[in-house]
Design a binder for this molecule. Structure first.
Ligand code: ADP
Ligand code: MG
Length: 426
């Protein structure tokens, strides 16, 4: 995959209509619909300000949540969820869509920019088209939720063409959506010159460089709940890194595969063979593979997740039958931190334990601390790992925290991302 893509800096946008795909998929209060964090809107400001400053007329668009744009399908889905079909009226469906309008985002964006944001009440309908046609250089509008259109998630060329018809240039700045081939994230690029915005450019520059041409030693730290979620990530990073560290829930499948007793710890029996294969692959490639040596165990998984929990530390291959491993132990923390200390590039995906519980967050904190203390290029990808860094207060000491959960995972897997592949090469 080529990460060397043109950005907004490489093209002339003055006086042009620019269709800008943003990630305005903001969290909202369930009851009131109020935006509970405007981080994603704030993150989009540099690209928007740049384009407006260049004299572009910016037509911003985004999806929000998962609306069901077909009434029949909505009825089917609700019925499957156990709702009474007799009560599923067209009016209720319309109401479910209205909850996911981007109107509150337009309002917040306007406050942040300190200028009006014209809001279109449809995506490619008469309102959007009229407002786009009237938009002048230096002005900005926002289209309604792209997923209100049936063709969006199907990457329907007809919808992509309609979107493109309003603009002269396409800018992709929704990194969290570039792993999806949708009409507004990829399809539209077939009809317009397409470049990246500043957010996507930063992701490509930092993560792309780390994977293609890393400063060495390159250490990859992998964790999280399941091996099955991370198979492709482990496999791809064994191709690139000098050291691969595996912690978190998936480490127990590795321990079991090597003949250890892991008690009630997370185990994916059908992935044991794969774990052994990865151990062999590391040996063959001369990659150092570090696995936990000790683990923090408890009798039960805490419920609720942050409830007080009684723990002890045991050898990772000798976990008592009635105990469950929920974090890496003290020796392992030191072992992992030591490997990270000498790195020049570190990529981290997946927490080392059940970090949502303060008693079980020590392993994840130790890794975050090691990244924070190192002078390496440090990159965190993955939704929960990014959340852990923010929550534990390490975010400003990390070189780059990827903004896209699923997208950054696919990036680390070495997959081709449709929303990136469609952009013009430099
Ligand atoms: P990311 O979103 O960063 O890719 P994952 O979604 O793969 O990370 O994994 C995060 C989850 O893994 C967290 O909710 C954490 O509680 C859980 N986890 C980590 N270690 C364990 C463990 N030993 N047992 C059970 N769950 C674990
Ligand atoms: Mg996750």
């Amino acid at each position: 995959m080529n990460y060397n893509k043109k950005t907004v800096y490489d093209i002339d946008v003055a006086g042009k209509k620019v269709l800008l795909r943003c990630d305005f998929n903001v969290p909202q209060d369930k009851a009131t619909g109020a935006i509970t964090s405007d981080k994603r809107i704030v993150a989009a400001l540099p690209t928007i300000r740049y384009l407006l400053g260049q004299g572009a007329a910016v037509i911003a668009c985004s999806h929000l949540g998962k609306p069901e744009p077909s009434f029949e399908k909505w009825v089917k889905k609700q019925t499957e969820k156990g709702k009474d079909p007799a009560e599923l009226t067209e009016e209720k469906w319309q109401k479910s869509l209205k909850k996911l309008t981007l109107a509150p985002v337009a309002e917040r964006l306007s406050e942040l920019l300190g200028k009006p944001v014209v809001f279109a009440h449809d995506v490619v309908g008469p309102d959007a088209k009229a407002k786009a046609a009237a938009l002048k250089g230096g002005e900005i509008m926002l289209l309604e939720n792209t997923r209100f259109e049936k063709g969006e998630t199907k990457n329907d060329p007809a919808l992509a063409k309609e979107l493109a018809s309003m603009a002269e240039v396409y800018v992709s700045d929704a990194f969290g959506s570039v792993h999806r081939a949708h009409a507004s994230t990829a399809g539209v690029a077939a009809y317009l010159p397409a470049v990246s915005g500043l957010l996507v450019a930063k992701e490509l520059e930092v993560m792309g460089k780390a994977l293609d041409d890393p400063k060495r030693p390159f250490v990859a730290v992998l964790g999280g709940a399941k091996v099955s979620d991370k198979i492709a990530v482990i496999n791809n990073l064994l191709e690139k890194a000098d050291t691969v560290i595996i912690g978190g829930g998936m480490a127990y499948t590795f321990a079991k595969a090597q003949g250890g007793e892991i008690g009630k710890s997370l185990l994916e029996e059908d992935k044991c063979a794969y774990a052994l294969e990865m151990i062999e692959k590391a040996k063959a490639k001369g990659v150092k593979l570090l696995l936990p040596v000790d683990t923090v165990v408890a009798g039960e998984f805490p419920n609720p997740i942050d409830a007080p929990v009684d723990v002890e530390t045991v050898d990772v291959t000798a976990i008592p039958a009635d105990k469950e491993g929920l974090d890496i132990g003290e020796k392992t923390r030191a072992l992992f931190a030591d490997a990270i200390k000498n790195a020049k590039t570190v990529v981290w995906n997946g927490p080392m334990g059940v970090f949502e519980n303060p008693t079980l967050a020590k392993g994840t904190i130790a890794v975050a601390q090691a990244l924070a203390d190192s002078d390496a290029v440090t990159i965190v990808g993955g939704g929960d790992s990014a959340a852990a860094c923010e929550q534990l207060g390490f975010a400003d000491k990390i070189t780059h925290i990827s903004t896209g959960g699923g997208a950054s995972l696919e990036f680390l897997e070495g997959l081709e991302l449709p929303g990136i592949a469609c952009l013009q090469d430099k």
